[in-house]
Each structure stands twice: as C-alpha cells, then as structure tokens.
Design a protein around this ligand. Structure first.
Ligand SMILES: *Cc1c(COP(=O)(O)O)cnc(C)c1O
Length: 362
C-alpha cells in the first residue's frame, strides 16, 4: 500500500492529512528546541504553551462560557463512565441515564456499581435504532444529574436537538461528535470525549466542566480521581498525555482554519448526504439502521439484502481503497464513520460505489 486510503474506521479514526504532515515535519525538532515534543518536559514553557493554547482553542471553537474548565485526562471515555459517578453520585443521591446505545448502557452499568443509577429511558427494544421522545423519559424525583450520549457511534443515531431538563445538570458523552457541529455547551454541567474519533489520537480524554459541577464534585476520593485535582492543577498534577494533546492542538487549528464549527456542520451534512441519498435512492437494496429523524452525520449504518452481498461489498470497497466500513457485530452490515477529518471525496467515492454495486447486484 503506497497511497493513503479513505479510512472509515470508527475510532481510532482518520486524521487530517495536513495535521499528520505538520506533526511529521516538526517531530524531530519541536519549535527549535532541538528535541521532539515527545521528549520535552511537561513543565517547560514550550510544552506549556501548547497545553494552554489547546484549552483556549477548544473553548473558543465551542463558544464555551469563560468560567468553564477544560481538563485533559487519561483512560478514555470509559474511565469517565466511572469518574462521573464517583464524583457526583454520592451516597443517598440518584442519577438518571438515557440509554441510547451500548456505550450509554456501559455508562449506566458502571454508575450502578457506584450508586443508584436509574434508566430514565432506553431504546434497546428497537436495537437502538432511534432516540427516545421527550415523553418517554421518566425522571426520578431528584436526580443529581442526567447522563446522555450525543452520538451513538455503533448504531448511527445522533440527537438533533439536545433535550433540557429544568434545573437538573446534564452530562453528556460527546466522544463521537464533539466539534462536528455548533453545540450549546452552556446547557451542560459536564461533557467528555475520548479523543480518538473527532479530536486526535487515542490517549487523552477531554472534559469540559462548569464551575457549579466543579464545586459539587466529591472531595473524598483518591486525588487522582477528583475532577478538582485536574482543575486546580491545570491538568498538570501528573504527566499529561502530552503528544496526544499536541496533536489535538493541530487538529483544533485545522478546524479553525477551515471555518470553525458552522463550516464543519455544513460540510458534514453534505458528506453524510451523499451516503444517505445512496441508501434512500436504492429501491430498498440498502436499509438504513437508524430511523431517518435520528440519523447521525458521523456514523452511517446500513444493511444489504444478505451477508454474502455484505461481504462482497466490503471486498469491492477495499479494492476501491475504502477501508473500515464493516459494521459493528451488534448491528451487522456496514458502518461508514465520517468524522470531520474524512474528506468530501471519500464520501462521494463510497456513494458512487454503493450505486454501482446496487445496479450490478440489485
Ligand atoms: C468510542 C466511544 C466510547 C469508548 O471510548 P474509550 O475512549 O475507548 O473508552 C465511549 N462512548 C462513545 C460515544 C464512543 O464513541
């Protein structure tokens, strides 16, 4: 393989080529230090500048309120499933979970090991092909937070409009659609995202937390599990995943250069549009998994008439340099993950292949 392919893997996922080239260019000599960014102290001014700029760029792109804090943590989104509960679901309290996919379910199950974590709604009976209506969400009396997942990576559903609940802090796992569209973070007490879908490489998890939530976070935990520790020390209590943060810094600049979140949303709509059109115009050859009104712009899930054709499709795609489109086993079929960094051309190529393949095999 000598040329770059179109990489539709769900995560770790494709990164902007420009970003990889920049990282490559300065890998051996970072900002004239004579050292790689991989080698320099996390307490030196060269790294610190990257660290602080990444925090401010992230807030700038999201238009986050000034007093919200960005934390760089380890352990992936899965660690946040536990940390959210450890920090807020203290004894005698309860929290409500909106279960719209297997990651949402894992978040609820992890919290249930720590405290009282109710399922306020679940669409499991429909194999998570939709999101619950507001009327289906049954809140408990006094939840300390409501947890939701903004985009369901495996099933290909995405909240079009974020529900709000008077006076109850909302917490969201935004791992697979952060920075893909304008997003009113002031509605949330806390959001978190593993980086490897839409932000950068695996190894760092971004948390954005409001001052209210920070004040409420549990202080009777090992210090390394407290959000307060990360806030107080600007995420430098211990060694942060510096290289991952550096790459995120480059990705954020790439997003900014390319017009910010409004431009990302517009582009993502057009990209997903090619593939959804190919599904909808196939006379039923392709069946989308997600209900139309819940469709994700990040992960497009669909089936073919049978598994044999699905295997043949994957093989054809591979020949055309379209890699990683096999769906998750819990849905079957195909999943095209088309995060910010997936070029328009990749989506067009996939849509073309879908049309050709349906014509030949339909
Ligand atoms: C990928 C993903 C996760 C799991 O992330 P890790 O960083 O591997 O722990 C959790 N939630 C969502 C929505 C995801 O897409």
């Amino acid at each position: 393989m000598t040329e770059r392919v179109y990489n539709f893997y769900p995560g770790p996922a494709t990164l902007p080529l420009e970003v990889l080239e920049e990282a490559q260019k300065e890998l051996l000599n970072f900002h004239n230090t004579g050292m790689s960014v991989l080698e320099i102290s996390h307490r030196g001014k060269d790294y610190e500048a990257v660290h602080n700029e990444t925090e401010s760029l992230f807030k700038e792109l999201l238009k986050a309120p000034d007093d919200y804090r960005v934390l760089f943590m380890g352990g992936g989104a899965s660690t946040q499933f536990a940390l959210v509960a450890l920090n807020f679901l203290t004894q005698g309290t309860e929290a409500d979970y909106i279960v719209t996919g297997s990651f949402a379910q894992k978040a609820q199950e992890e919290a249930a090991r720590i405290g009282k974590a109710n399922i306020a709604a679940t669409t499991k009976d429909d194999n998570f092909n939709r999101l619950p209506e507001k009327g289906e969400i049954k809140l408990s009396k006094a939840p300390v937070y409501i947890h939701m997942t903004s985009n369901n990576t495996i099933y290909g559903t995405q909240w079009q409009e974020i529900p709000t609940f008077d006076g109850i802090p909302l917490i969201a796992d935004v791992s697979s659609d952060i920075l893909s569209r304008p997003f009113d973070v002031s509605k949330f007490g806390l959001i978190y995202a593993g980086a490897q879908k839409n932000l950068g490489p695996a190894g760092v998890t971004l948390v954005l937390i409001s001052p209210d939530m920070l004040a409420k976070a549990n202080k009777n935990l090992p210090v390394i599990f407290q959000y307060g520790t990360f806030a107080k020390n600007d995420s430098l209590y211990n060694t942060p995943p510096a290289f991952a943060i550096y790459l995120i810094n480059l990705v954020l600049k790439w997003i900014k250069r390319n017009g910010g979140l409004d431009a990302m949303a517009k582009r993502n709509q057009e990209k997903a549009g090619y593939i959804y059109d190919a599904i909808d115009n196939s006379d039923g050859f392709y069946q989308g998994h997600a209900r139309k009104e819940c469709r994700s712009l990040m992960n497009v899930t669909f089936r073919l008439p049978n598994e044999e054709l699905e295997n043949a499709f994957v093989a054809e795609a591979k020949k055309a340099n379209l890699i990683g489109i096999k769906g998750h086993r819990s849905v079957g079929g195909m999943r095209a993950s088309i995060y910010n960094a997936m070029p328009m051309e990749g989506c067009k190529c996939l849509a073309e292949l879908m049309k050709d393949f349906a014509k030949k095999n339909g």
